[in-house]
Design a protein around this ligand. Structure first.
Ligand code: HEM
Length: 417
C-alpha cells in the first residue's frame, strides 16, 4: 500500500524524541478574525513538518491542529463542518459526564480549554534544545502578533531518562500501522488512525468533504465533485493531567507500613499500580486493575483490541509548583477509541470482574471509594488510594493533512483573502 507521507503531519509517525524541548501554543481568534487567522496559517504552512523521510534531518518540527470553533472561524462551510464526528464538534467539556470528568476534574475548574476558554488552534513546537525552542516561540509569537491573534503557551519536555513524573519509563508500547510502519507483525489498518482509509472492519469512517478548491491540488476528488478534507488527517485528544507526585510516594510509603512490607517496598507497590517496573519491564503477576492493563487490556478482556488503540504523543510539563503530563493521543474515531478506553476500561468499576475499582492513576473523582486489589503469592489485598492525578483541562482537535491545511489557508465563505 502506497501512502503519501508528505501529506501527513509528522506527529502521526513520530514522537519526535530527537526534539525533547517542546511547547504547545494555544491560539484564539474570533469569527471576524478568520482572514487574519488564514494569513497566519499561510506563514505557518511551509514550516509544518510532514511524515516524509526527507524531513528527518530538520532540527525543529511544527505541527498544527484545530478545534471545531477554529475550523468554523476559518470559514469552513456548515455542510463541511457537519462531516466531522459529533464528539469533536461538541468538544471535550461537553462530554464531561460521560468521560467521568466530574468533581475536581469538572470543566468549570480547567485552566486549559473548557467553558469560556475556547482554543481555536494548537501549534506544537518540537526543538532539539531549550534555546532553539525559545527562538521558535519568539518567531511564532511575532507572526501571531502581526496577525493580531491571541495566544498562550505551555512549555513541555521529554525527560532525558524517558520517565514520567512518577518515575516510570514511558513510550513502551505503541501500535503499528500498515503503510506507515516497516514492522512486519500485528500491523493495524491505516483507517484506525487516519481518516479516508479502511478500518479493521473494512469501513471508512465519516470524513468531512468540501467544495472543490480553485488552487489546492492533492485533495482527493470524490465522485460527487467534492474533495475529501479529512483524508490523511486524524483527531487529536489533549488532556492536561496534574500529577501529585509527593502524595503518590507518601501513600506508597504508608501502604508499605500498613502491609508490613508483605507486598514489597514502595517501588514494587507503585509498579503494581502502573503495571510495569519503573524501567518499563512488564510485571510477572500484573494486577488486573493496573493502569497499563486497563489502558490496553488486549484479547480476552477487550472484545475488539485492534480498534481500541491510541497513538500517544504526551509530553511532561512543569508550571510553577505543578507537574504533570500533557497527554496527547491521536485516533481516527474519538468515540470508538479514546472515549471507549476511558469509559469502558479506565473508569469501569466492573472491569475484568473487579468490583468498585477504577484505574489507580486516572479513575474519576465521582465520589466512589478508590482502591485496587493486588493478588499473588497467596495474598489478596485491597488497597485504598487517594487521587494521584487531576484533570486540569483538555480538548478535541483535528490534525489535518498538509493538503487540507493548505485548503484552510484559502479564502473562506465569501470573504476576500
Ligand atoms: C498522568 C497520567 C498518566 C501516567 C502517569 C501514565 C503512565 C503510563 C506508563 C508509565 C505507561 C507504560 C509505558 C508506556 O507504554 O508508555 C503507560 C502506558 C499506557 N497508557 Fe498511560 N499514563 C497516564 C495517562 C494515560 C491516559 C489519560 C491514557 C488514555 C486514556 C493512557 C493510556 C495508556 C496506554 C494505552 C498505555 C499503553 C499500555 C500498553 O499497551 O501496555 N495513559 N502509561
Amino acid at each position: 500500500m502506497w501512502i503519501d507521507r508528505s501529506d501527513i503531519q509528522g506527529l502521526v509517525v513520530s514522537g519526535y524524541a530527537a526534539q525533547p524541548a517542546s511547547a504547545m501554543v494555544e491560539v484564539r481568534f474570533g469569527l471576524e478574525q478568520g482572514a487574519a487567522a488564514r494569513q497566519f496559517l499561510r506563514r505557518l504552512l511551509p514550516v509544518v513538518s510532514s511524515a516524509s523521510r526527507h524531513e528527518r534531518f530538520e532540527r525543529c518540527r511544527i505541527q498544527v491542529a484545530f478545534s471545531a470553533s477554529g475550523l468554523e472561524r476559518l470559514g469552513l462551510p456548515e455542510q463541511t463542518l457537519a462531516g466531522f464526528c459529533p464528539e469533536f464538534l461538541g468538544g471535550m467539556a461537553e462530554r464531561a459526564r460521560l468521560l467521568g470528568d466530574v468533581g475536581e476534574d469538572s470543566p468549570a475548574s480547567w485552566d486549559l480549554g473548557g467553558p469560556g476558554r475556547s482554543i481555536e488552534a494548537l501549534v506544537f513546537v518540537y526543538a532539539p534544545d531549550v534555546e532553539t525552542r525559545e527562538q521558535k516561540l519568539d518567531e511564532l509569537g511575532d507572526w501571531l502578533e502581526k496577525s493580531e491573534l491571541d495566544y498562550d503557551w505551555t512549555e513541555t519536555f521529554l525527560d532525558v531518562a524517558e520517565r514520567e513524573h512518577f518515575g516510570f519509563r514511558t513510550g513502551g508500547s505503541a501500535p503499528h500501522y500498515r503503510g506507515l510502519s516497516s514492522w512486519r507483525r500485528k500491523r493495524l489498518p491505516l483507517g484506525e488512525l487516519l481518516l479516508g482509509h479502511a478500518t479493521a472492519d473494512g469501513r471508512r469512517l465519516p470524513s468531512p468533504t468540501a467544495p472543490r478548491p480553485r488552487s489546492t491540488r492533492n485533495l482527493r476528488l470524490r465522485h460527487d465533485g467534492q474533495v475529501d478534507l479529512g483524508r490523511n488527517g486524524t483527531y487529536l485528544v489533549v488532556r492536561k493531567l496534574e500529577q501529585r507526585v509527593e502524595q503518590f510516594w507518601a501513600r506508597m510509603h504508608e501502604l508499605v507500613r500498613e502491609t508490613g512490607g508483605q507486598l514489597g517496598d514502595e517501588r514494587a507497590l507503585a509498579s503494581r499500580l502502573v503495571g510495569r517496573a519503573p524501567d518499563g519491564t512488564p510485571l510477572a503477576g500484573c494486577p488486573a486493575g493496573a493502569h497499563v492493563r486497563r489502558a490496553n487490556p488486549g484479547p480476552g478482556l477487550d472484545p475488539a483490541p485492534r480498534t481500541h488503540q491510541l497513538v500517544r504523543r504526551g509530553r511532561l510539563y512543569e508550571q510553577g509548583g505543578e507537574r504533570g503530563l500533557l497527554f496527547v493521543a491521536l485516533n481516527a474515531d474519538i468515540a470508538g477509541q479514546f472515549e471507549f478506553v476511558q469509559r469502558n476500561f479506565v473508569n469501569d468499576p466492573k472491569f475484568a470482574g473487579l468490583r468498585g475499582e477504577r484505574d489507580p492513576l486516572l479513575g474519576s473523582d465521582d465520589g466512589a471509594e478508590r482502591r485496587i486489589t493486588l493478588q499473588g503469592d497467596g495474598l489478596r489485598r485491597r488497597l485504598e488510594l487517594p487521587r494521584f492525578v487531576r484533570l486540569r483541562g483538555g480538548g478535541y482537535f483535528f490534525l489535518p493533512s498538509l493538503s487540507a491545511l493548505a485548503y484552510l489557508t484559502e479564502a473562506g465563505r465569501g470573504e476576500a483573502g
